[in-house]
Design a protein around this ligand. Structure first.
Ligand code: HEC
Length: 506
C-alpha cells in the first residue's frame, strides 16, 4: 500500500510541473511576427541544448525528435515541452562539424517505422560517414540498428541530410569529403545525392544500373527537403562564393568543383558547352552558409504556402524562399530574425502548420555575442490572433544592400565569419590576422594569399586543418580596400597598398 502511494505521487510530479499555467507562462512569445495578414508568435520550446542538428516530427507521440551533434537523440513533447532522452550513440565521432548529423523519421500508418541516421565515425585514423537505419517503435524506442552504407569522410565536408520522399525511397546528401575528384567521379559515393530502398538496397529504377548515385557534382550539402509532389531541393555551401539551392533531377551533374554557382564565367561556360551542367535555382555571394531546409505546404500561414524555409548559419537568419507554382524557380526571398537568434541550423514544418527551428550557437564557430545562456534553443513559430507588441517584419532580400565598398563592410561580408570581426581568428581553426607578420609584411605574399587562397600551411607553429578559399572573384578596388583594412586594424599598422601592387599578381 505504501509503495503504491509513492508511485502515485511520483507520477503526479511531472503532471504538476507541466500544468498549463507553467507552460503558458513559459510560452509567452519572445517575439511576434507581422506578415501581410497573419501574425505569428515565436516561443522557446526547449533550451540549453548542445547543437541540435536535425528535427523530425513523430506524429504518433506528437513530439519533436532531435539529434544533437555529440551523439544523443532526444524527444520534445510538443504539449508539455518535456524533453526526454531516446538514445545516446557511442560510436559517433564528434569534432568541429563532424558528429551525429541528419535524421529522417519514416512513420507509415501500418508498417514498421524507421529512423534513418547519418553520422561520422572514426576507425584508426580513418573517418567515415555512415547511414544507419533503426526500427522505431510506437513508444518511440530505437532497436535493431542496420548499417546501410559507409563512405569515406574527412575533417570537413561530410554533408549530410537524409529524407524519405513521396516515392518511399531514401535520399542521402553526401559531402565531397574535401576531395578534388570525388564529386565528379560517378563511381564514388561522395559529393552525391544517393537513392536507396527503405532496406538500403539499390532501387531497380535508379538512373545508373546497380548504383546508388542519383545526381552528382556537389560540395557540401546542408539542407535537403521535398515538396508534396516529391520535388527534391538541396541547400549547399559554396567555397568563398556561390552558396546554392538546387532542384535535384536524376542523373544531372551540378558542376562542383569546376563550376561554382551559376554558369557565368568564360571558363565555366566552356566546360558546360562540352558536357551539360545543371545550374542552381538560387545562389548567394557573399555566402550566407545555408543549412537545414523544410518545405512549407500548409495554408495555415497563407503568405508562406509553397515556400522553402531555410536556416542560415553565417547569415544568422531564417529565409522564406517562395517557389513558383511549378516549383522550378524561387520567385521571392524574405529574411527573418537577422542577427537576433544567432546561427540557425535546422527547420521543420508540422502538418498543423507549426514551424520548429533550432539555433546552433554552441557549435565550432560561435558568432559575436553568442552563445547566450539559453542556447541552444528549439523555437516554435505559430499563427496567432493575439496582436501583441513587439512585432517584427520579414525583410525583402532585395531591400538589403550589397556590401558597400568600405574596407570594413567588405571584411565583414567576406572574411569575418572565419577571422572574426576583431581579427583574432578562432584558436587552431582560423589564424589571427591581428599581429600576423604576413599581414604586416610585404604586400605581394599577402595579396597572393587573398587572391589564390592557402592550404596546409603552418602559421606561428599552428597547423590549420581547413583551407583559406581564393578571393580572386573580388574586384581590384575591393581587394585593395580589404587589404588596407586588415593592415591598419586589429592593432596592425602597416603601410597601405595600391593598384600597382596588384597588377602583376592577377
Ligand atoms: C572559410 C574561412 C575563411 C575565410 C572566409 C577567409 N579566410 Fe583567411 N584563412 C583561413 C584559413 C583556414 C587560413 C589558414 C590556412 C592555412 O594555414 O593553410 C587563412 C589564412 C589567411 C591569411 C594568412 C595569415 C597568416 O598569418 O599567414 C590571411 C592574410 C588571410 N587568411 C586573409 C583573409 C582575408 C583578407 C579574407 C577575406 C577576404 C579571408 N582571409 C577569408 C580561412 C578563411
Amino acid at each position: 500500500m505504501k509503495k503504491q502511494t509513492y508511485i502515485w505521487l511520483v507520477s503526479l510530479i511531472p503532471l504538476l510541473s507541466s500544468c498549463s499555467s507553467e507552460t503558458e507562462r513559459e510560452r509567452k512569445p519572445i517575439n511576434n511576427i507581422q506578415l501581410e495578414h497573419s501574425i505569428l508568435s515565436l516561443t522557446k520550446e526547449a533550451t540549453k541544448l548542445h547543437v541540435p542538428w536535425d528535427l523530425q516530427y513523430d506524429r504518433v507521440n506528437n513530439a519533436i525528435l532531435f539529434s544533437e551533434i555529440g551523439g544523443s537523440i532526444r524527444r520534445l513533447d510538443t504539449k508539455t515541452k518535456v524533453v526526454t532522452l531516446v538514445d545516446s550513440l557511442t560510436d559517433v565521432y564528434h569534432q568541429r562539424t563532424l558528429g551525429l548529423l541528419g535524421m529522417a523519421l519514416y512513420q507509415p500508418e501500418q508498417q514498421q517505422a524507421y529512423l534513418y541516421l547519418s553520422y561520422t565515425s572514426k576507425k584508426d585514423s580513418l573517418i567515415f560517414s555512415n547511414l544507419y537505419r533503426y526500427d522505431y517503435n510506437k513508444a518511440g524506442k530505437l532497436s535493431n540498428p542496420k548499417l546501410l552504407l559507409q563512405i569515406p569522410g574527412n575533417t570537413g565536408h561530410n554533408g549530410s541530410r537524409v529524407i524519405v520522399s513521396t516515392d518511399k525511397k531514401v535520399y542521402w546528401a553526401t559531402g565531397d569529403a574535401a576531395s578534388d575528384t570525388f564529386a565528379q567521379d560517378s563511381t564514388s559515393l561522395n559529393g552525391k545525392i544517393l537513392r536507396l530502398n527503405l532496406d538500403g538496397s539499390i532501387p531497380k529504377d535508379n538512373p545508373i544500373k546497380n548504383s546508388y548515385v542519383y545526381a552528382w557534382g556537389f560540395r557540401n550539402m546542408q539542407g535537403l527537403t521535398h515538396d508534396a509532389k516529391g520535388l527534391i531541393y538541396t541547400s549547399e555551401h559554396g567555397d568563398a562564393i556561390e552558396d546554392e539551392i538546387n532542384l535535384i533531377q536524376p542523373l544531372k551533374n551540378y558542376g562542383w568543383p569546376q563550376i561554382e554557382g551559376m554558369i557565368d564565367t568564360e571558363k565555366e561556360k566552356a566546360i558546360a558547352k562540352k558536357s551539360p551542367r545543371q545550374e542552381p535555382i538560387k545562389s548567394w555571394t557573399p555566402v550566407v552558409a545555408p543549412s537545414g531546409m523544410a518545405y512549407y505546404g500548409s495554408n495555415v500561414i497563407p503568405e508562406w504556402q509553397h515556400s522553402l524555409l531555410l536556416a542560415t548559419l553565417k547569415n544568422q537568419s531564417l529565409r522564406i524562399l517562395k517557389l513558383s507554382a511549378d516549383g522550378q524557380q524561387i520567385v521571392d526571398e524574405k529574411i527573418l530574425f537577422k542577427d537576433q537568434l544567432g546561427r540557425l541550423r535546422s527547420v521543420l514544418t508540422l502538418p498543423n502548420g507549426d514551424i520548429y527551428f533550432c539555433s546552433s550557437n554552441r557549435d565550432w564557430n560561435p558568432q559575436k555575442g553568442f552563445p547566450k545562456p539559453d542556447d541552444d534553443v528549439i523555437y516554435r513559430l505559430r499563427i496567432t490572433d493575439k496582436a501583441v507588441a513587439p512585432r517584427i517584419k520579414p525583410v525583402a532580400a532585395n531591400a538589403v544592400s550589397s556590401p558597400t565598398k568600405s574596407g570594413q563592410a567588405l571584411y565583414e561580408a567576406y572574411c569575418a565569419s572565419c577571422h572574426k570581426a576583431d581579427g583574432k581568428g578562432l584558436t587552431n581553426t582560423f589564424p589571427p590576422l591581428a599581429n600576423s607578420s604576413l599581414v604586416k609584411g610585404d604586400p605581394a605574399p599577402l595579396l597572393r594569399v587573398i587572391l589564390h587562397g592557402l592550404k596546409d600551411k603552418t602559421i606561428a607553429k599552428v597547423k590549420y586543418e581547413s583551407a583559406m578559399p581564393s578571393f580572386s572573384f573580388l574586384k581590384n578596388e575591393e581587394v585593395i580596400e580589404i587589404t588596407n583594412y586588415i593592415r591598419t586594424h586589429f592593432g596592425n599598422s602597416a603601410p597601405k597598398i595600391n593598384q600597382q601592387h596588384l597588377t602583376s599578381l592577377r
